[in-house]
Design a protein around this ligand. Structure first.
Ligand code: NAD
Length: 480
């Protein structure tokens, strides 16, 4: 059975303890590889190697670091098919999705920051005659980068690329549920001979390996994407040490559909924004709010389309939904469907596990589920389910749509469908979310600030925001 290796000090290596964790293929329910169960010794080795690599890496010219990032980007591109297949097997997502979204985005993340760092400039201020202030932005040190399982290589590289571009060295941990593409990334870094210690990838459980990384006094900042409860735990450890921290956390995103929307476009995109990646994208809309005038028409058309969606083998190009990432997550989603029923929700379609044949007979599949008849305050509409489950409810006025949208503890993203520019601007302005899409969804420009408000996180990724986060500004005031 394939044994994944850690990547420390430029070398692929086994965990010092020799202990491994099982890695499952969610589409078959079978163990297909082994993940290092790294302990404090491995974490210490990774941190020491990042520390040793820092002085040289941080003082390279931006153009030299950009070249290394370009090489990584090209290395991923050259192995795109292999990486997409690995991502699909590890995560359960359809292969076509990994080929068209996940891996191309990982290529772009490195390419984007290779070019961004070449254009990154710091400020200077002419204060008075003979007085000038200028800002030095220097790399912070060792960046701890911790990522989740839903978009494994995509989100892992979204942190690592700007951290490295800005001149930090990195100790990174992918999710123990989807470690394979991070391992393949370390093979690529070894192949291109990335200087030893610049990037270190340590595999293992969040509660042990991850916790050891973020608790270390030797790391200088933490960039974390994952659940809100984990984010709160990390903040408790990291905040009293006054280290920089970026937390990208959970969501409960509204998808607001006004009477005057372009109906067909709203319908088509809402199917996607509800169920892409089995609903396991932090930006998926899980609460569909439809204005009363088109509520029944939209609901019926939406449900009819959802019924046509095929749940199937991730390798089958006709599967719209693949497998749920893990057995615990599958159980969690099914338990939320039971909660919704007990809260009085009516299941309009789906609401159950899907049993497939052959190789997939023990895989974890759930049908896309639409629930009606729940009020805003129930658990189903308040808590993050992170699966192929959406609720649908009517609203009458713009004010009501805004109130419903803002009445959860989360504030990551929202989608608005209207043909009235005034409505779009007014609603966009009042939604308490870090991201608002109008008449589109997941249309990404990597230069834009990315992140959430309230319990969806602290800080922003993307563009200059990330480069600002991964550098320490120092103002120098000169009188001459
Ligand atoms: P998680 O919080 O369980 O795990 C995320 C990562 O943190 C994993 O690598 C895990 O091993 C690690 N971890 C767990 N405990 C840790 C600890 N004590 N110390 C250090 N690291 C620890 O989240 P998940 O289940 O992997 O991911 C799903 C969640 O991620 C959802 O809530 C989703 O909304 C969120 N998410 C948010 C965004 C965003 O950009 N806001 C993007 C994707 C996913």
């Amino acid at each position: 059975m394939k044994k994944i290796a850690n990547y420390i000090n430029g070398k692929l290596q086994a965990p010092t303890s020799g202990e491994y964790i099982d890695n499952y293929n969610p589409a078959t329910g079978e163990i297909y590889s082994l993940i290092p169960d790294s302990d404090q010794t491995d974490v210490n080795l990774a941190i020491q190697s990042a520390r040793a690599a820092f002085p040289k890496w941080s003082t390279l010219r931006n153009s030299e670091r950009a070249e290394w990032l370009e090489k990584i980007s090209n290395g991923i591109k050259a192995r795109l098919e292999e990486l997409a297949l690995a991502e699909s097997i590890d995560n359960g997502k359809p292969l076509w999705l990994a080929q068209s979204v996940d891996i191309p985005r990982a290529v772009d993340n490195f390419k984007f920051y290779a070019t961004a760092i070449m254009h990154y400039a710091s400020e200077s201020h002419h204060t008075a005659e003979g007085v000038i202030n200028y800002t030095l932005r220097k790399p912070v040190g060792i960046a701890a980068c911790i990522s989740p399982w839903n978009l494994p290589l995509y989100l892992f590289t979204w942190k690592i690329a700007p951290a490295l571009a800005a001149g930090n060295t990195v100790v990174a941990k992918p999710s123990e549920i989807t470690p394979m593409t991070a391992y393949l990334l370390s093979e690529i870094c070894e192949e291109i001979k990335l200087p030893a210690g610049v990037l270190n990838i340590v595999h293992g459980l969040g509660s042990s390996t991850g916790n050891s990384i973020i608790s270390s006094d030797e790391i200088d900042l933490v960039s974390f994407t994952g659940g809100t409860a984990t984010g709160a735990h990390i903040a408790k450890i990291v905040a009293p040490k006054f280290k920089k921290m970026s937390l990208e956390l959970g969501g409960k995103n509204p998808n607001i559909i006004f009477n005057d929307c372009d109906f067909d476009k709203a319908l088509k995109t809402s199917i996607n924004s509800s169920f892409a990646n089995q609903g396991q994208i932090c930006l998926c809309g899980s609460r569909i709010l439809v204005q009363r005038g088109i509520y029944e028409k939209f609901r019926d058309a939406f449900v009819a389309k959802v019924k046509e969606m095929k749940v199937g083998d991730p390798m089958d190009p006709t599967s719209r939904l693949g497998a749920i990432v893990s057995k615990p997550h599958y159980d969690k989603i099914l338990s939320y469907i039971e909660i919704a029923k007990s809260e009085g929700g009516q299941i309009l379609t789906g609401g159950e596990a899907v049993k497939l044949d052959g190789e997939n007979k023990n895989g974890w599949f759930i049908s896309p589920t639409v629930i009606e008849g729940l009020d805003q305050q129930c658990r189903t509409n308040q808590e993050e389910i992170f699966g192929p489950v959406v609720t649908i409810q009517p609203f009458d006025t713009e004010e009501e749509a805004i109130e419903l949208s803002n009445s959860t503890e989360y504030g990551l993203a929202a989608t608005v469908w209207t043909s009235n520019l005034h409505t779009a601007h007014r609603v966009g302005d009042q939604l308490k979310t870090g991201i608002v899409w109008v008449n589109c969804w997941l249309l990404r420009d990597l230069r834009t600030p990315f992140g959430g408000m309230k319990n969806s996180g602290v800080g922003r990724e993307g563009g200059w925001e990330a480069l600002n986060f991964f550098t320490e500004p120092k103002n120098i005031c000169i009188k001459f």
